[in-house]
Write a protein that binds this ligand. Structure first.
Ligand SMILES: [Zn+2]
Length: 173
């Protein structure tokens, strides 16, 4: 009985998600000149990690922070590439400077990282491999960054996906 209630609740939630998505508040935007240059740096970071995920945070054409997955090294399941880059940024520049930044990441952020990206007020997200692609290689929470953004309408973040996705996928052995 309880299980049935849960399933019913889940179905209702999924239906409302679909309605929100079709309202298309997610600010999906096309790739811009320079995106590949910075994505290559994120992929270089990813290549250094046991789990091949890397990120860089850029503002006005300058790389202000970088990071790659450190979950194993740090014994910290939250040390995803994006979280490591955000923490490095905060340590070096403080939270006010996050406004106007673009975060480049080799893999579409999971819902934890996307939540952090939104709370940080990062202006633009560019990712390579999608959550759907990553799920074919390893465990991932199957919620897209767009879905998270669509639930946080206070955030004006723009999202560009699929930049050098094939290169990112090749990092998964
Ligand atoms: Zn993550």
């Amino acid at each position: 009985m309880h299980r049935r209630t849960l399933l019913k609740g889940g179905a209702t939630l999924a239906a409302s998600t679909l309605v929100l998505s079709s309202d298309a508040s997610a600010r999906l935007s096309a790739a811009q000149p320079g995106d590949e240059t910075f994505m290559k740096l994120a992929l270089t970071e990813a290549a250094e990690a046991a789990f091949p995920f890397g990120a860089v945070i850029v503002k006005n054409g300058q790389v202000l922070a970088r990071g790659h997955n450190r979950t194993g090294i740090d014994h910290d399941p939250t040390a995803h590439g994006e979280m490591v880059a955000i923490r490095a940024f905060l340590a070096a520049h403080g939270p006010e400077a996050l406004k106007g930044t673009t975060l480049y990441t080799s893999g579409e952020p999971c819902c934890m990282c996307m939540g952090a990206i939104i709370w940080c007020g990062i202006s633009r997200l560019v990712f390579a491999a999608s959550v759907t692609q990553i799920t074919t290689k390893l465990d991932q929470i199957a919620i897209s960054s767009e879905e998270v953004a669509n639930k946080a309408l206070f955030s004006p973040i723009e999202i560009t996906g699929g930049v050098m996705a094939d290169d990112a996928m090749r990092l998964f052995k």
